[in-house]
Every structure is written in structure tokens, then in C-alpha cells.
Write a protein that binds this ligand. Sequence first.
Ligand SMILES: [Zn+2]
Length: 167
Amino acid sequence: MGRKRQLVENLWSKADVRGDDECWNWQGHRSQQGYGVFCITGGARLAHRQALALHQGIEVPPSKVHCLHACDNRACINPKHLRWGSNTENMKDRGERNANYSWIESEEAIFLVRRCLNGETRESVAREAGISVSALRWWVEGRNRPEILQQARKLAAESQTEQLSLF
Ligand SMILES: [Zn+2]
């Protein structure tokens, strides 16, 4: 109890604790990925994982259980912005919140748009890629990251010329 209480106080004292709706940014050391790092006996721990576990009064789960940020702010340790989830959920979460899908490499996006230009339905392409139909539509219509559509068209035109020259 004594040790645990100490840990709780240390943890919150290293964050900029604000209102429930606001992010509580970690003021201490951060990992390369931008997560708060907390040193306890036995080594360094990720602060947001500690924060959620402490808030819920549980032990920190194994690392395959991810601690997801609803606010997308990795430095935040406000337990109201955190929940446990799988890696798939982690990816899905990022995707759904991030309308730009900037985490998808351009080459992959170009490939997906090309398939749509070739006549595959947006629904099936999006489902297979694990992105939303609306995100795909924005690329196909050139309204988001227009260079993706340009590249896809260019590649499609090139392959068409090749096909035509065969006949
Ligand atoms: Zn937050």
C-alpha cells in the first residue's frame, strides 16, 4: 500500500494534470516514440500504461495488450483518454481518426487507387486494405493527397500504352 501510494503520487506529479477533458502531458522523460517514460524499481515503464492501470487499480497487463490513446497524444496520461485494446484496434483507431491515412505509404495508396481505376469496387478494395471507403474515395477523387491519383493515373496510362502496342 505504502509503496503503491508513493508510485501514484510520483506518477501524477510528473504530469501536467488538468481537467478530465484535457490532455495531461507527461513532463518527464519521453521515449523515442513520444510516450512518457517512468522509472520505477526494476526499470523503465511507459507512463500511460502505468497511469491507466493505477487508475483502474489493476496490475499493468502484458505488453501485447496495448494501451490506446483516444486523444492521439502519446505524451498524455489522462486515464479518461486511455483504454486497453489489441494491436488491430490500435491500427483501426489511428486509421479512423486520421482522415489523411498518412500512416499508409504513398506506394500502397497508389496501388489501391489503381485497382479502383481498373474497375474494382471501392468497397472491396477498402475492406481488404483495412481502411474506410470514404478515405479511399478521397484519394480516388483526388481530393486528398492528389499526388496519389496523379501517380495512379500515370501508371495506368503507361500500362495501357503497353497493352495497345501489343496489338
Ligand atoms: Zn489526452
